[in-house]
Write a protein that binds this ligand. Structure first.
Ligand SMILES: C[S@@+](CC[C@H](N)C(=O)[O-])C[C@H]1O[C@@H](n2cnc3c(N)ncnc32)[C@H](O)[C@@H]1O
Length: 259
């Protein structure tokens, strides 16, 4: 594609490629592209099946524009419910950790809402850590690489007010059933939660009590089907546990509080 100069041409190209929301996507692509060449390249990338957010380089999340680099999990709208639950549970939190941070969208949203906080984000995937570092920089955040709690500075032990952990939770056998945009363009480590999808969640639950401040909370997202197992893992770790559900966003969040 060499020249795409108007909305109609972009909409047509996206529609021909099967984009259901071609008009909305065209508007976003046209507003983001800085040159005609960039516009053509973006339309080609989208038409070839890349997630819109990877094409744009950003995603809207909880009122923020979050950078989303290639190979990094695209923050989902339903995860805004986890952010809202964290803010409701711990409105005065001063130490916030975004574990399994991906782009760092959750940590950035929490810091934007809470104001002056000590913010840390961590992920096992170096691409995610780099992206998160850029997204949390405006809030003075620190980004760390490593396996779950191993990535965190020891000074955080027993001090965390909000531990948000949007872990991978798709059962291994169901990753192949995900939409191609996720399956082909988001890393497996961001999706695959093990046999029943709860492997990483159980490790977060088991480790959280040592890292939370008294009264601090840990929040994970899960599916409706996995919710009982997730609540059980949190309760077994000694956390005061409840499940919050948003029918509107189709979101289930397990919240555990250190007594
Ligand atoms: C579902 S994505 C969520 C990303 C981000 N929190 C969000 O909501 O957009 C899960 C993230 O967990 C990370 N991850 C998976 N296993 C991990 C582990 N053992 N330690 C740290 N991060 C891990 C993946 O790299 C991925 O970025």
């Amino acid at each position: 594609m060499t020249s795409l100069s108007d909305t109609t041409a972009v909409v047509s190209a996206l529609r021909a490629a099967g984009c259901v929301f071609a008009e909305d996507e065209a508007e976003l692509i046209l507003a983001t592209a800085r040159t005609p060449d960039e516009l053509a390249a973006m339309v080609d990338r989208r038409a070839s099946g890349r997630p819109l957010e990877h094409v744009l380089g950003w995603a809207g999340f909880h009122g923020l524009r979050v950078l989303v680099e290639p190979g990094v999990f695209v923050p989902r709208r339903r995860t805004e419910f986890l952010v809202d639950q964290a803010l409701a549970q711990a409105p005065g939190a001063s130490v916030v950790v975004d574990l399994c941070c991906g782009s760092g969208a959750v940590g950035a949203a929490l810091a934007a809402a809470l104001g002056d906080v000590e913010l840390h984000a961590a992920d096992i995937d170096p691409a995610a850590v780099g992206c998160a570092r850029r997204n949390i920089a405006p809030y003075g955040g620190h980004a760390h690489a490593g396996d779950l709690f191993d990535a965190l500075p020891a000074t955080l032990r027993g001090r965390i007010g909000i531990l948000a952990a949007n872990v991978p939770y798709v059962p291994s056998g169901e990753v192949g059933l995900l939409p191609a945009e996720a399956r082909d363009h988001e890393p497996l480590v961001a999706l695959d939660g093990g046999g029943d999808g709860l492997d990483v969640l159980r490790r977060v639950a088991a480790g959280a009590p040592q890292w939370l401040a008294p009264g601090g909370c840990v929040l994970v997202e899960t599916s409706e089907r996995q919710a009982d197992g997730a609540v059980e893992a949190f309760s077994r770790a000694g956390l005061a546990t409840r499940l919050a559900v948003s029918q509107e966003l189709y979101a289930n969040v397990v919240i555990g509080v250190r007594p």
